[in-house]
Design a protein around this ligand. Sequence first.
Ligand code: SF4
Length: 613
Amino acid sequence: MSGGYTGKMLIIDLNNHATSVEETDMNDARDFIGAKGLGAKILFDRLPKGTDPLSPENLLMFTTGPLTGTSTQTSGRGTVVTKSPQTGLYLDSHFGGIFAAEMKKAGWDFIIIKGRSNTPVYIVINDDSVEFKDASEIWGKECLETHNWLQQTEGRVRTALIGPAGENLVKFSAITIDGHRHAGRGGPGAVMGSKNLKAIAINGSNKVPLHDPDGFRKVSKEVLKQIKENDFVPIRKKYGTPYWVKPVNDEGFIPTRNYQEGYFEKGDNLRAEVMQEKIVDGSGSCFNCVIMCWNKSSIKSGPHKGVSLVGPEYETFALMGSNLGVGSVEDVAYLNERCNELGMDTISLGGVLGFAIEAYEKGAINKGDLGSNDIGWGKVEELAKLITDIAHRKGKAGDVLAEGVKIASEKLGKESENYAIHAKGLEIPGYDPRGTFGMGLAYATSDRGGCHQRAWTAKAELYDPELDRFSFDKKAKLIKDIQDERAAFFSLVLCDFAPISEENCVDMWNLASGFDHTVGSYLLAGERVWNLIRLFNIREGLDPTGDKLPARFFKESFTKGPAKGIVLSEDEFQQSLKEYYSLRGWNSKGIPTTKKLKELGLLKYAKAIGLDN
Ligand code: SF4
């Protein structure tokens, strides 16, 4: 072991409050990089098939990569890897802040948590020292309150914690990082809650070792220069992700009223410029990032004056704004703050609330099930009450909606599956595929269900003259290539928003670790990671016919906006899926072939999914 990695993993067993230390396997690090990829490898190897995600046996892993905590830009990223309680499949959920960099400085590549504590605890890590502490005083507290309590009680620590939603096993609950960032998607907060673990507070005092510090510094400088010279960075810096509200609404594919429309008539009120004028006080950033894309905001007038938060992001404007018929930045900010402090993912919660309103309008949810609520599009106070009910699983509606739209629709029946908008159980983000067909294929094939980050094609589909956004033509290859590249990038692990070339990524990985990878072997590692996760998902029961999209996208069209009248063609979608499987070297049912597994060095996993090798 030469650098990049600390070479150590901290194993925490909550059954008996015991810890042990294992060496990071450097052969696996060479093949699977770190964070997402190495996490997937360990999850596959150590988690027994069929493990209930909310049982003590599930593993909750905080993972870093070889660039985490180094001097290069956006190196504060980390990843939570576990089996998702929402999809029953593999989950990685990425986060910013400083926590992951602090983990590396404390000497840990991974923190792997198993078991369940008899009583609520929090864990304090100071380098090699690990203490288990009684969490009864903070159990039930909201997220920022818990973060502040930990700062007061434990001193200057970085934190990963859950709010009431995680404690109550809400299936889309998040882990909050350093008070303001989130490992949001797929329910990692519920896994943490199921272990009776309220928080981790960490402090590290070491430097991340590097194989060639001078060489690394030189490439890091080049990365910084490229970021500073990138055309889009000033826009991201000025507006953050909300920049996308205007183009996506103007082009007619922003989710509106539970994906019934793609153009929101009050969309102009949610534009980034309006947000800047009305609620933004300043910017902020994760560890080591000049982009500084955070919007620090506060509500200046009205019933929620004084509420402050970091955000909202684009996805929150789309899912908790237009998707709920909410048309003011203050109201979206208010709902966002409630969601953050109770500890839930805003994408899934927005999907769940949109589903709830439609289910209520169409009679699948009765008024009696909602307690005192009378939900409807744009009814902000009623939605805020329902958000609290969901976080506490209060009442029939709160409890059933806490399961996410897939399970809620199965429980409610009455054809409510028609408006449960998800892929593999994960609610779909803010780009309706009827206005950007590639996103449809990206959602259907994503390794963790309805996710935009595995292959975000929306920008290319809008602006690349070679691509037609209303066609599946050329999308299969585009998506496969992006997925493989992102799988490698999320294993290093750096920020999605940072424009960093593949060459620089490989150079930094080699200079940090002493490995001798090429761009080709780096991308091959990404493909290896993608295939291993596919095998994990198949082992855990994924039927490849599960690579699908909600029926609404094929049957119902918008009545307004540039995508008016458009629906996806089932035949063309299936054709594109077939092309995607073929490009991946998978059979017609979406199962990796032994030839492909051999090529990727994964043949030993073939038996796990019943392939004869
Ligand atoms: S670009 Fe934004 S999210 Fe990414 S590391 Fe920088 S501040 Fe954090």
